[in-house]
Write a protein that binds this ligand. Structure first.
Ligand code: C2E
Ligand code: CA
Ligand code: CA
Length: 431
């Protein structure tokens, strides 16, 4: 029974359409797959030793080398700066998958050994199998993610998904209790990822993203702990923490960066219980902010799940001046009729389409049509997951308003954002 709780708790990460397509192809060929989540460990320590920029170079180098290591029939998706999803085909037993995972583990240590980095590096790898453990990409990644938390805590860098282990995670290690302590002890932090206006080339805002570094387990991915909080009734406390923290930070920026807007993510239950309106009203009034500087990002799926309840709350939020953005757009099944009625200001094209749009014609078409669709409904468009300059140029030509992604910057602590924006605008602002 506990495993079904975990199934909800760790519900899948977003934007997996390419991985899903890949899995559909495997199904048609009756192939077995291994899905791996690869986490580079100790990024904070490395960053403290060799600096943030070099650490990011290292992670990019690892990403490039990992691509070379894979065969044509494999696939890979970069999930965050330090986390990669790898799908290997033809893996019909644990032995084969272990050999492949060990190669990836060695790759991290080889890249770390290079003269420029010279770091003792480790990657931990969680593995789940198709069709044994699950048949959908998002579910397989979720299970591989759970397994990867096991490899972090144990001595072996490679761990395979096991139901018992998943039970362990919630039970013995008490992730739920740890989340409570993290809230109290201040182990939760907000990071900010800059958002650039494509027409002017300047940074106009940022998305706030929560980070949790457990003293023993290391960094816990937001996809995991947000779902845990959602299913254990702690999401209201987390959202309150996020909003208060963001408003406090914006108050600090008020004098020197008065026009910066910040987006905060909210989950379905936070919207439908309606408390968000009061939380936001109180926080903006305490810190003397205008509500229109805050955008609330709600996923397309959340809106589809509770159309009536969310509609009312979104209207209230907009009446008090806040902006509303539809996140992960393209991964759900919105109809045109629904878009016509939705009280929103902005639409975010999901990164699963954006990050590969230069290589995949279907993704490019989806991005192009989404931009046109948004325009025709008077919504602004943000492309997330922009990982290279070519993608940014294409988005500009397609008439996209804003871009966000590793090519511009990764999420960073609030204290670093001001310096980053100053440097970035000096170098990039278009006349
Ligand atoms: P999201 O809202 O779609 O956030 C964007 C995610 O994409 C972030 O992952 C960000 O670090 C990552 N990202 C940004 N640029 C790139 C890129 O160029 N390439 C790639 N591969 N990834 C990029 P992160 O921080 O791991 O967050 C994952 C999800 O967890 C978020 O997805 C959001 O749904 C949830 N989340 C994070 N913080 C919060 C929070 O404070 N509250 C709530 N309710 N959810 C949160
Ligand atoms: Ca978001
Ligand atoms: Ca998103």
């Amino acid at each position: 029974m506990l495993s079904s709780v975990i199934q909800q708790t760790f519900a899948g990460s977003d934007g997996l359409s390419r991985a899903d397509r890949f899995i559909s192809r495997a199904v048609s060929k009756n192939e077995c797959l291994a899905v791996m989540i690869v986490n580079v460990e100790d990024v904070e320590r490395i960053s403290a030793t060799i600096g943030h920029a070099k650490t990011q170079d290292f992670l990019d180098e690892f990403h490039t080398e990992l691509k070379f290591l894979l065969r044509e029939k494999d696939a890979m998706e970069r999930i965050s700066d330090r986390k990669f999803a790898v799908i290997l085909s033809g893996m019909n037993n644990q032995g084969l998958a272990r050999i492949a995972a060990k190669r990836i583990e060695r790759l991290a240590s080889d890249v770390g050994d290079k003269g420029v980095f010279h770091q003792n590096l480790r990657a931990n790898i969680g593995v789940a199998f198709y069709p044994v453990h699950a048949i959908q990409a998002s579910e397989l990644m979720r299970l591989a993610e759970i397994a990867s938390l096991g490899s972090h805590a144990g001595s072996d860098a490679v761990s395979f998904f096991e139901e018992d282990f998943a039970d362990h995670l919630l039970g013995e290690w008490g992730l739920e209790g740890r989340l409570d302590s993290a809230l109290r002890a201040g182990d939760l932090k907000m990071h900010f990822q800059p958002k650039m206006c494509l027409a002017t080339g300047s940074i106009v805002g940022a998305e706030a993203l929560m980070r949790w570094h457990d003293p023993e387990l290391g960094p816990i991915p937001p996809d995991v702990f947000i779902k845990l909080a959602e299913s254990t009734g702690k999401i209201a406390a987390l959202t309150q923490f996020a909003i208060q923290n963001v408003c406090m930070q914006m108050n600090e920026w008020k004098q020197r960066m008065p026009d910066i807007g910040v987006a905060v993510n909210i989950t379905p239950t936070t919207i439908i219980n309606g408390e968000i309106v009061e939380v936001l009203r109180t926080a903006t009034s305490i810190w003397g902010l205008q509500a229109d500087q805050i955008t609330l990002e709600v996923t397309e799926n959340a809106l589809m799940e509770y159309p009536e309840e969310s509609h009312g709350v979104l209207v209230e939020l907009r009446e008090m001046g806040a902006r509303v953005s539809i996140d992960d757009f393209g991964t759900g099944y919105s109809s045109l009729a629904y878009l016509k009625d939705i009280p929103a200001d902005e639409l975010k094209v999901d990164r699963s389409f954006v990050s590969g749009m230069l290589e995949d014609r279907d993704d490019l078409k989806i991005v192009e049509h989404t931009i046109q669709l948004a325009r025709s409904f008077g919504l602004q468009v943000v492309a997330e997951g922009v990982e290279c300059g070519g993608t940014m140029d294409t988005l500009r030509k397609l008439g996209c308003d804003y871009a966000q992604g590793y090519h511009i910057a990764r999420p960073m602590p609030g204290q670093e954002l001001e310096g980053f924006i100053r440097g970035f605008d000096k170098d990039n602002k278009r006349q």
